[in-house]
Design a protein around this ligand. Structure first.
Ligand code: UTP
Length: 284
């Protein structure tokens, strides 16, 4: 499932009407990168949690035969094929979160559409993964081996750790046993430098815990609070993944992510590098 019901307040005013998940990174919206990662990880069905006023997300993934025909008639078959592929990327269901009560609440909103048997992959679309194998595939592999809830872990400098959930771990990694989790600790209280990033495999015991989790930090229903019980009973592992995770949740991070993605793109990169060289030469 893909939670996309938040307000995007850290990226205002750009996200006043435009959903944060729809900001472009290179040639496509951020959320499309996330869904492509899911498909590359072997996932063929997803539930996207949106919010009132965020209809653009559904519109982007809805097939548009008249646009496809127009592009074909104008001789742009390559773009017609790309537009068609977006509408058929995977089987999607949309659910509305009526109030932004937190990530845990968004996950709970999707629960009736997810069934009660299998573990569920959760992908936060404001974190883009770059690398191979896909991050969700790395987590799914750990889940297949352990049957546990799986967290994506990345080492984080102490002075930035209080932005994240942080794991208490045992073992040497890259797959750790996670014995506890804490949301946004002060640097001096952080149990490790392993921050929890925006990909999860959640087992059904976490969904059951979520259903009885009250509001925590910031008055929101925190996913971390629901994972804590499973961690304390030995049912959570964390993967210190290989590859890079790029954030688009703020103006600064979005700019940096676009620069990195476009810089490396064989088609778009040369034009960006030429423009940067021009600006440097002009001293502006
Ligand atoms: P964030 O905390 O980064 O998103 O949540 P936000 O709340 O939209 O952003 P700010 O903090 O106000 O700037 C990570 C993901 O979880 C979703 C967001 O849409 C984002 O994709 N989310 C967050 C929900 O679906 N519902 C919520 O209530 C909160």
């Amino acid at each position: 499932m893909v939670p996309a019901g938040g307000l995007g307040t850290r990226f205002l005013p750009a996200t006043k009407a435009l959903p944060k998940e729809m900001v472009p990174v290179g040639d496509r919206p951020a959320i499309q990168w996330g869904l492509e990662e899911a498909v590359a990880s072997g996932i063929h069905r997803a539930v996207i949690v949106t919010a009132p006023g965020k209809d653009l997300i559904r519109a982007h993934f809805t097939p548009d035969p008249s646009l496809e025909s127009l592009l074909s008639e104008r001789g742009n078959q390559e773009m017609a094929d790309r537009v068609r592929a977006i509408g058929h990327l995977l089987d999607l269901e949309f659910v509305e979160q009526l109030q932004p009560l937190g990530l845990g609440h968004a996950v709970l909103c999707a629960a009736p559409s997810l069934g009660t048997e299998e573990a569920v992959a959760v992908l936060l679309p404001d974190d883009l993964f770059s690398g191979s194998p896909p991050l969700l595939a790395q987590l799914l592999q750990a889940h297949t081996a352990t049957r546990c809830t799986v967290l994506a872990l990345r080492r984080c400098p102490r002075d930035q750790i209080s932005r994240y959930g942080v794991a208490t771990v045992e073992g040497d990694g890259p797959v750790f046993k996670v014995s506890d989790v804490v949301e946004k600790p002060a640097p001096e209280d952080a149990p490790s430098d392993l921050a929890i990033m925006g990909r999860y495999i959640l087992t059904q015991d976490v969904f059951r815990a979520l259903a009885t989790t009250g509001p925590g930090a910031l008055g929101e229903i925190q996913l971390t609070d629901a994972i804590r019980g499973a961690a304390r009973s030995g049912q959570v592992v964390g993967v210190e993944f290989s590859g890079e995770l790029l954030d688009v949740g703020t103006l600064d991070s979005w700019l940096a992510t676009n620069a990195a993605v476009v810089w490396r793109d064989p088609e778009l990169g040369p034009a960006l590098r030429a423009r940067v060289a021009e600006l440097e030469a002009a001293g502006s």
